[in-house]
Every structure is written in C-alpha cells, then in structure tokens.
Design a protein around this ligand. Structure first.
Ligand SMILES: Cc1ncc(C[n+]2csc(CCOP(=O)(O)OP(=O)(O)O)c2C)c(N)n1
Length: 319
C-alpha cells in the first residue's frame, strides 16, 4: 500500500465527505423542484473519483457519465460553480446550459458528463490522441459504468487505444446495475476487466476500498504518462440509491442495498483514520461542519445567481 501523509489522507477523506454531502443536499433541493432535469447520484461510490483524480493534474483530461458529480468535484470544480451549473444558472462553468448530465469545464480538463451511455469513451480517446500527437505529458481518464462496456463504443475505443498506445486510463465503476437491470442479465462475466484481454490492455479489478483503487490508479496513470499505453481499472463498487433521484428501487432486494451500505467506502476509510489516530472526533466534527457551511454557501450562490437570458440561447452553437 502506498504510504500517504496524514495531511493527504485527511484531504482525501474531506473530498469524499464533500461529494457525499453535496449529493445529499442535491437530493433535497431536487425534491424542492430547484434543479431542472434529472440527477443521478454516486452515493456509495465516492472512493473511485477521489482516488483516481488524485493522480491527475488540472491539465489532464477526464470524460465521465450521467453519474458524474463526484468526478467533477474530484477533478477540482468549485462547489459554488458546480451548484450554479446544476441550478441552470449563468454563473456555472457552462453558463447553466449543461446542468448535471453534461457538466464540463475545459479549464480543468473536464470534457463533459454524458447522457449517452458509452458516449464519453471515444471522446476521451480523442483527447488522449491529441495529447500524444502534441507530445504533451497529459493523460486522460475515462469513467463509465459496467452497462457501458456492452456498447460498441467501448470495444472500438479500447481497440484503437491499444493499437495507437494512447495515454488513457479506462475506469469502469461496476455498481452491478445498469438502470433497472442487474449485471448478470446483460453480460455473462462478472469481472468486466476481463474484456481488456481482447485488446491486450492491462487491467485490474479492485474492491471499493480507497487504498486499493488509489494504488491501482497510481500505477496505471504512471504507465500512461510514461508512454506505455492504455489500461483498464474496474472498481467493484455499489450504488446505494436508485438509478436516478426519485427511483424507489422496487426492483431491488432490500438486503442487497443493506449489504452495499455496510461496506461503505467512506466509513471504512474513516475507521482506518481513527485507528491510526489520524482523525479524532474533534477534527472529524470540524470537517463535517466546514463542509456543511461550504455547501450552504454554494446553494445560496446558486439560488442568487441569474438565469441565462433568452437572448443567449443561440450563442456558442455550431452548425
Ligand atoms: C446509448 C444509450 N442507451 C441507453 C440509455 C439509457 N440509460 C441511461 S443510464 C443507463 C444505464 C447505465 O448503466 P451503467 O453504464 O452501468 O452506469 P450507472 O448508471 O450504473 O452508473 C441506460 C441504459 C442511454 N442513455 N444511452
């Protein structure tokens, strides 16, 4: 296991708490009707975005999915900008045009969430090709779910990435569900990482444990930066809530959800920090209070930010 400083571990813990609390707040304001469209939360999966994005620089690229709040926050988007975008306000990084499902921020290399399953994968390949062509040392990370690995885009992109030795890390967050369909119904294998063998791409399956994800991601990012080509990291993760906020999960056995909640990546990380005396009740409480204040301020910023003007509708459109 990589040795991390106490400060770094507290930072990672804080980032995971920020993502969880931000999404809990989003569920609340969404229920109030304050957020247009649909939102999909990643509660239960927070270790992956934080562990993977901790390996990246601002200039590295990232493509993600409809379940993308954690990725965007871990890649560095500020809570107030994030919230303004989700509220559809003009202070968001996409001036309120993207919302949750298409959130992008080119200043941070965030190429965009994507409502099309598997849609981000070829886009990520394109970014990785561009940095290889320009001989920069940027890498690209592409997040998707196991459902996306049934799509043609996944297989075509892995093939091209392998042939061209692109500096890309494909990260599959396997939460066992694609909308309302369990994995066993739509594919005959359990470990999605096995799919990489067809393209001679190194791959690894890890659990939802922060340190396991961190070590695997660190090795794959290093490899890509050294020009050694693509890799596939599969995290066997768990989705606590419905596919979208408002989905009552009637199709799911309650026991399975309880099991997922018992192996909470944040609670396990917190337990480790307490055992190692890196965290105590007082520091923990301060982190929670500070994050609550930060989120309240972000919501206030979003609520008081202006909506885009109707006259802006046709701006930044290309035909
Ligand atoms: C091409 C395409 N097919 C179907 C859908 C409908 N759809 C939206 S999310 C989803 C499931 C995605 O599952 P997965 O890739 O495992 O990601 P998760 O939601 O579990 O994060 C489906 C089928 C879509 N948006 N795009």
């Amino acid at each position: 296991m990589t040795k991390l400083s106490k400060k770094t571990m507290i930072l990672f813990y804080t980032q995971m708490i920020r993502i969880r609390k931000m999404e809990e707040k989003l569920m609340e304001v969404f229920a109030n009707g304050e957020i247009p469209g649909f939102i999909h939360v990643c509660i239960g999966q927070e270790a992956t975005p934080v562990a993977v994005c901790s390996q990246l620089n601002d200039s590295d690229y990232m493509a993600n999915t409809h379940r993308g709040h954690g990725h965007a926050l871990a890649k560095g988007i500020k809570p107030d900008m994030f919230m303004a975008e989700l509220f559809g306000r003009s202070n968001g990084p996409c001036r309120g045009r993207a919302g949750s499902m298409h959130l992008a921020d080119m200043n941070l290399g965030i190429l965009g969430a994507n409502g099309i399953v598997g849609g981000g994968i070829p886009i990520a390949n394109g970014a990785a090709f561009a940095s290889m062509y320009k001989k920069t040392d940027q890498v690209t990370v592409c997040f998707f779910g196991e459902g996306a690995t049934d799509e043609g885009t996944f297989h075509e992109a892995l093939n091209i990435a392998s042939v061209m030795k692109l500096p890309i890390i494909f990260v599959c967050e396997n939460n066992g569900w694609a909308e309302f369909t369990p994995q066993s119904v739509h594919m005959t294998i359990k470990d999605v990482s096995k799919r990489a063998a067809s393209y001679k791409i190194p791959a690894k399956t890890v659990s939802n444990d922060f340190f396991e994800i961190y070590d695997a991601a660190a090795a794959f990012v290093k490899r890509a930066r050294q020009g050694k080509g693509p890799s596939l990291l599969e995290v066997q993760s768990s989705r606590w809530h419905g596919h979208f906020v408002g989905d009552a999960q009637k199709y799911r056995d309650k026991k399975e959800i309880d099991t997922a909640m018992k192996s909470d990546c944040i609670a396990n990380f917190k337990k480790y920090l307490f055992e190692k005396k890196i965290l105590n009740k007082k520091i923990n409480q301060k982190i929670l209070t500070d994050i609550d204040q930060e989120i309240d301020a972000a919501v206030e910023f979003a609520r008081t930010s202006p909506l885009p003007e109707a006259s802006e509708l046709m701006e930044e459109l290309w035909a």
